[in-house]
Ligand binder design. Structure first.
Ligand code: SAM
Length: 756
């Protein structure tokens, strides 16, 4: 078993199969085949679409060839989606060039509301026929709201320099109406943001433990809540993701958990246009006007924007729920105003890519010099940085799968008020993205939930004081960085639960030494004070909660505010994927949380075992109650992992994983496993000279919620834009058994092999 320093435990695994390269089928023969095969299905499914849907019931007829389609009609239905169709624009990779407006979006400057249509259209269509694109869901409300500063009752989350959340409030809306801005955080909204998902297989139907905690019989990855267009398309679309043959004889669906496997495609576009045209033709007078208005008012959700390098006034738009073959070209100024957040995402992505390219160019020159200039610069560069393979709009190109992962995972993040993420494999365009289900919160097994619910840490401070005051002499006062002017209760909590005055703050560590648990504190900007930080310290961060009386912007609630900065999951060659900063971090700044499935330790191991091993272990443990087993363990200490894993390892059936994190201080029975479900933190690679570390965090917004132990990654050094975020899986100063996995951290003090 490997140890992440600070109680993070990982277990060995081989590189997942999903990382193995596979061929992209660029010619997308499958698309046409599939759409024609599914045509009748679509006709059937549109019947079921509600009247509010833009999809209309239409008679079944043979499709007309593309060239015969009414151009005007397409323009009407799809927000002039074909207006610029003739503009030569390869869907080329994003570059660092930016328009003035996008610069403004980057800086988060507020802009006067603009009606993009009246401003940009040289010869505008009749008013009633104009439709407007909707920005990504993440900006849909934002789009509608006026540029406004939050009122005193609404506060913005996020600390430190510009975060995507900070800058987006400043945006204006093309419509200018005053509807609620989903980027302004109110207490009411916070109360409903999910904090965990509890899995209890014994229940039949999901229910709410409270406003933030849902109990489900099984965790099932699904599309994020706001993605209504994608959901509709998943039910009715005719384009579907192709199946991919990985190894001979083995077929696996190229359907990533939580990513739509069906979308609207060209055929649907044609069908909808045709239905519109027919409805329009058949109607008369006010009815005709109504239909035309309805068509004109349809909104499209922008999923991603791409630059046209030949013409910076144009931008390519990929729509949520639609395949890439239906992309359209729009005026950059329009997309700047109608989809400011998506534009901001594009700018962040481009800035990051420009940085990566710069780095790759330096490495390419180094390689050329090392090889005596036997290869050209272009060849050398291609070893480190390949432009995204968007030579065609073929929806089956792997590039579009990456775009979907970016969008749908970022939307999940958005749901939890967290920063956006991207996936990139710049040195190998054939690289498959990682195969796992995204979850911004922990998925807590019922047993772990009950354990946490009944733990001391879950008690309110008055209850803790009542229980423990007699055992403790010192409970230092209400000071700290907490923004409650009356003082903070949370140092008291720390002292009762983990302080050495309480008698619970001394722990035996692996080496057999006794260590004192250290409280790591924030400064008034939410930055950790890491003055005398050592990676091998036993440490806990104590956050404030509602019982403290401070607002949710309190610097002592940093993990509750979550990941504010954009991050990239970047393919690092032999190390697999890693995480990189798409914006710089200061030492002590929060990077993100480590989420995954949370289990009670023994059970966590047992459940990953093959059936026969599970049966054997369950049968054995069934004869003894839990207490006896634990007592036995204390009397005769055993390496729990050794004991449990051995029967399986000898049969060489189980693939070991390295995505498990354990707790040394808060609850050493609990494990977070991010092997199949988790967030970006699961990609943190090891370095012998890391720039970040794991911290156990005592964190909940509401004291009425059970306190589950949480893990955060904080920067322990300044991290620059584009730099990889790394942690130490074990204390490099400690002698440990080594595995045969070569460490590729590339640092001067590298131990050469990852530890056991
Ligand atoms: C927690 S995962 C990190 C994410 C992983 N790279 C991925 O793509 O899913 C740990 C695994 O990453 C790889 N890894 C992490 N750090 C490494 C390093 N310094 N050198 C080589 N491989 C590394 C090893 O395969 C290890 O088992």
């Amino acid at each position: 078993m490997w140890k992440f320093i600070g109680g993070m435990v990982v277990r060995r695994r081989s590189l997942p199969e999903v990382l193995a390269p596979a061929k992209i089928s660029e010619n997308n023969g499958g698309h046409d085949r599939k759409t024609s095969r599914k045509r009748s299905t679509f006709i059937k499914t549109v019947d079921r679409v509600s009247s509010s849907s833009p999809v209309k019931k239409i008679p079944h007829r043979e499709p007309e060839p593309e060239s015969n389609l009414s151009r005007n009609h397409k323009i009407t239905s799809f927000f002039r989606r074909r207006t610029n169709e003739d503009v030569p624009c390869e869907n080329t990779p994003p570059t660092s060039g930016k328009s003035e407006k996008s610069e403004a979006a980057d800086a988060g400057t507020s802009r006067k509301a603009v009606n993009p249509i009246s401003e940009q259209e040289p010869s505008p269509p009749p008013k009633s026929r104009r439709s407007k694109p909707k920005s990504a869901r993440s900006t849909s409300k934002n789009q509608r709201s006026k540029s406004k500063t939050p009122s005193s009752s609404t506060v913005k989350l996020g600390t430190g320099p510009v975060s995507w959340r900070n800058s987006e409030t400043a945006r204006s809306s093309p419509n200018g109406d005053e509807s609620d801005d989903d980027t302004v955080i109110t207490e009411e909204k916070l109360r409903k943001i999910p904090t965990m998902i509890v899995v209890d297989p014994s229940i039949k139907r999901p229910f709410k433990y409270n406003e933030r905690i849902r109990v489900v019989p099984k965790f099932e990855p699904s599309l994020p809540r706001g993605c209504g267009e994608a959901k509709k398309a998943e039910a009715n679309g005719t384009w579907s993701r192709k199946r991919e043959r990985k190894n001979a004889g083995e077929e696996r669906e190229e359907v990533w958990p939580g990513i739509p496997d069906k979308k609207y495609g060209k055929r649907d576009e044609w069908t909808m246009n045709k239905a519109d045209r027919e409805a329009e033709e058949q109607a008369d007078g006010p009815e005709k006007d109504r239909i035309m208005r309805e068509i004109a008012e349809r909104q499209w959700v922008a999923q991603a924007l791409f630059e046209c390098p030949d013409d910076p006034t144009q931008t390519k738009v990929l729509y949520e729920g639609w395949s890439s073959e239906t992309m359209s070209t729009q005026l950059t100024d329009e997309t700047n105003s109608t989809a400011p957040l998506v534009m901001m995402y594009r700018n962040i992505r481009e800035k990051f890519l420009a940085k990566m390219k710069e780095e790759a160019e330096i490495r390419a020159i180094e390689l050329m010099n090392a090889l005596g200039r036997k290869i050209s610069f272009e060849e050398a560069l291609a070893k480190f940085f390949v432009q995204p393979p968007i030579t065609s709009f073929s929806p089956s190109s792997r590039f579009w799968l990456y775009q979907d992962m970016d969008y749908f995972h970022s939307m999940q993040q958005k749901e939890h008020l967290l920063g956006p993420i991207w996936y990139m494999a710049m040195s190998n365009p054939e690289q498959l993205p990682p195969f796992y289900a995204y979850s911004s919160v922990n998925i807590v097994d019922k047993e772990a939930f009950d354990l946490c619910k009944n733990s001391l840490a879950s008690l309110s401070t008055p209850d803790l004081i009542e229980k423990f005051y007699k055992h403790s002499t010192v409970f230092p006062g209400r000071k700290g960085v907490c923004s409650n002017s009356a003082g903070c209760k949370c140092n008291q909590r720390f002292n009762i639960l983990y302080g050495h005055d309480s008698g619970m703050g001394r722990r035996m560590v692996d080496s057999g030494h006794v260590q004192v648990v250290k409280q790591i504190k924030h400064d008034s900007n939410g930055i950790l004070d890491l003055a005398d930080f050592r990676v091998s310290d036993l440490r806990v961060i104590m956050e404030c909660s509602d019982e403290c009386g401070c607002p949710h912007t309190c610097p002592r609630r940093r993990l509750q505010q979550g990941q504010t900065k954009p991050m990239v999951i970047y393919h690092e060659g032999e190390k697999g994927f890693g995480i990189r900063a798409a914006e710089g971090f200061k030492r002590g700044e929060l990077i993100c949380e480590y989420t995954g499935k949370m289990f009670v330790y023994n059970q966590a191991i047992v459940r990953t075992l093959p059936k026969h091993a599970q049966e054997y272990l369950n049968e054995r443990s069934g004869k003894k109650d839990k207490k006896t087993t634990e007592e036995e363990m204390i009397e005769k200490p055993v390496d729990r992992e050794e004991e449990i894993v051995k029967p399986v390892d000898t049969r060489k059936k189980r693939k070991p994983t390295s995505y498990q994190a354990g707790f040394s201080v808060m609850n050493d029975e609990i494990v977070i496993c991010a092997g199949k479900e988790g967030n970006i933190a699961r990609f943190a690679n090891h370095s012998c000279e890391p720039n970040a570390a794991f911290f156990e965090v005592h964190s909940r917004r509401y004291v009425s919620d059970p306190l589950i132990p949480r893990v955060a990654i904080y920067a322990t050094k300044d991290i620059a834009l584009g730099e990889e975020v790394t942690v130490a899986y074990w204390d490099p100063t400690e002698q440990r058994k080594k595995t045969d996995i070569e460490c590729r951290c590339g640092t001067a003090s590298c131990m050469k092999f990852l530890p056991k």
